[in-house]
Design a protein around this ligand. Structure first.
Ligand code: AMP
Length: 593
């Protein structure tokens, strides 16, 4: 029977044998941070020549670039961006009109980005004008490009003057020609996966320029990263621990040339206890005071993040917020099913059967559960992989690569490892375990389900709710109400008496006290793309639902690639289904429940 839970021990053994036979030989060079970057030759003029092979590696084959460009941005104007602070920034409408460096414009086009996302419309002019910025936006809003495009564009004309001397990569001799890395830009991110994603976006946007991106993070031998840093580094992305480690080696890295510091997913970093490391990094440079611009991006804006902002950002910074931070977008259909522990595996298999072939992330709360579930699904013949913090970094990267490529389109993950990952065509997120209140609660839920419904795509998030999740019931119900989802019967009693969806009370709303950050004495909202100042400062921002419903594209636009699905032995699943269709968003629950 498809959904009978098999003897787990036996299955685990079977997986191990097979897995051992199939483990690819992973050499040290295979870590993501060693990916190719544009090699600048001193003989180039102001702009380097094109390299078609590298172009394909960075941006994909020309015919596939429309996959991004083809997103339906027709309703993007409806997405609200709230601007806070005394200074109002006129949003840009297009990349072309933004005053970007011509090479940056070409790179944006190669990326397939046709229209700036709402947050980009505001951050691009702000950063170009020299303001410090707080962006309250989640991964998926286009926030990486929102800071990289203007920062890199500003540097493009000046790179030769500002950048530290470095060896010519064409003639570089390892161990002889190395230099101390003196980046102009530092981007700090909480997880290795997010750091790699930012690095990859930087690799694209630095194409044909002498700006050289590098990334450092734990789990990879330090020497490998030092070798790369020694070739010179202008844009450094890193996780706090490895950055501090590198700063403590003054012949490897100095921050004295820094012009821009970005703290990405600040709330996550502070949550994870990186506060001391962050202080060391931010205070550790010998750079001239007032010479560095700070940008802080965060999905939520709790007190610790506000304190950080107060300490480092100029009082005259500008602040933007896309929708209500912490709120989920309405283009994610959220389904909550009641399931006690012993029923979960059966339900999971049914869910996978009902929505076959779509890229799916299954969240669990423990490493052990991740291992067990991975083995269980693998032995049902499903193309699954998993990721958690006990895995080596090379294993984590290999799993994510397989997930991205579609060879293993089901990913079992613990929340921590998969929070910041951006895979554009994840169509289904399953909370096999809901996050407990003590471990992130509704914020974690929001982050997790945000892995689907990425820019311009619709997605489904299904959560299995057991008795153990009672503490989450109230806030989960309000979140469902706020985002116009149906409330399952077993959560009806948690509905607030006053179900005015526009004015639901959320504990995190105190995050948006406009007077709490130096310089912020005004707040208001305007639709992105609407440059008109009148009407700003409506004060309506608090508690408003994220007006992101209908971010574009139709359901099936980004289905998983079919390659390698439907492996043998899958008696439990319709293995030869047309893996590649969108999840069934019309039924509230898989058949027969
Ligand atoms: P992020 O919020 O930075 O994780 O970005 C989410 C995704 O949006 C990434 O895959 C980006 O490549 C993509 N993206 C960023 N800006 C744009 C844009 N203007 N148009 C289309 N896609 C974009």
């Amino acid at each position: 029977m498809a959904s009978e839970a098999p003897n787990q021990e036996g299955w685990v053994e079977a997986k191990d044998e097979e897995a051992l036979a199939n483990v690819p030989v992973v050499t040290a060079q295979k870590w993501d941070g060693s990916a190719k970057v544009y090699q600048w030759n001193d003989e180039f003029g102001d702009v380097g020549p094109k390299f078609p092979d590298l172009e394909v590696e960075l941006f994909g084959a020309p015919e596939s670039r429309h996959e991004v460009a083809g997103l339906d941005f027709s309703r993007i104007e409806e997405i609200e961006v709230h601007q806070e602070g005394p200074r109002k920034i006129d949003p840009i409408g297009t990349f072309n009109g933004a005053g970007l460096h011509p090479v940056m414009l070409e790179n944006v086009e190669l990326c397939g980005y046709q229209t700036p996302t709402p947050i980009q419309k505001f951050t691009i002019p702000s950063i170009l004008q020299g303001h410090d910025v707080i962006g309250i936006a989640q991964t998926g809003s286009g926030k990486t490009a929102a800071y990289l495009i203007p920062i890199l564009s500003k540097l493009m004309g000046k790179a030769k003057k500002l950048a530290a001397p470095r060896p010519n990569p064409v003639t570089f001799r390892e161990g002889i020609d190395g230099v101390c890395a003196e980046p102009l830009v530092l981007i700090v991110a909480p997880t290795r996966e997010l750091a790699v994603q930012i690095f990859n976006e930087a690799r694209k946007l630095c194409y044909r320029t002498m700006l050289r991106p590098c990334v450092v993070y734990g789990g990879i031998p330090v020497m490998e990263q030092i070798n790369l840093l020694q070739k010179g580094c202008d844009i450094l992305v890193g996780t706090p621990g490895r950055l501090v480690d590198s700063i403590q080696r003054p012949r490897v890295l100095t921050l004295r040339r820094l012009k821009h510091i970005v703290i990405d997913e600040a709330d996550e970093m502070l949550d994870a206890g990186w506060e001391d490391d962050l202080q060391q990094i931010l205070g550790g440079g010998e750079q001239d005071e007032g010479n560095v611009s700070f940008y802080l991006f965060s999905a939520t804006f709790p007190k610790a993040a506000r304190d950080l902002a107060k300490e480092y950002l100029a009082a005259s910074h500008v602040r933007f917020r896309v929708g209500r931070a912490g709120s989920t977008t309405e283009n994610i259909q959220q389904i909550v099913l009641q399931a006690e522990g012993h029923e979960k595996r059966d339900m999971l298999v049914k869910l996978l059967e009902t929505n076959p072939g779509v890229r799916t992330i299954i969240f669990v709360n423990s490493r052990r559960e991740a291992d067990n579930l991975d083995a269980f699904l693998w032995n049902l013949g499903l193309p699954v992989t998993s990721i958690h913090s006990d895995r080596s970094q090379v294993e984590r990267e290999a799993a994510l690569r397989a997930f991205r490529a579609g060879t293993a389109p089901i990913l079992v993950a613990t929340g921590v490892t998969a929070r910041g990952i951006d895979v554009p065509n994840v169509m289904h997120v399953i909370n096999y375990d809901l996050p407990s209140i003590d471990h992130g609660g509704i914020e974690e839920y929001t982050h997790r389900i945000g892995r689907t419904g990425r820019i311009g795509h619709r997605g489904v998030a299904t959560s299995l709710f057991s008795e153990r999740d009672i503490d989450l019931a109230s806030v989960l119900t309000r979140t469902l109400l706020e985002t116009n989802q149906e409330i399952p019967e077993f959560l009806e009693s948690y509905k607030p008496a006053d179900t005015d969806r526009k004015h639901l009370k959320f504990e995190t709303e105190s995050d948006f006290d406009p007077n709490d950050v130096a310089g912020a004495n005004d707040m208001g909202g305007a639709p992105a793309g609407d440059g008109s100042a009148p009407g700003w400062g409506s004060g309506e921002a608090q508690g408003e639902p994220a007006a992101s419903g209908g971010w574009g594209a139709s359901n099936g636009d980004a289905a998983a690639e079919t390659g390698a699905w439907g492996s043998g032995g899958g008696d439990a699943v319709a293995a030869d289904n047309a893996w590649g269709v969108a999840p069934d968003t019309t039924s509230k629950a898989p058949g027969g429940w």
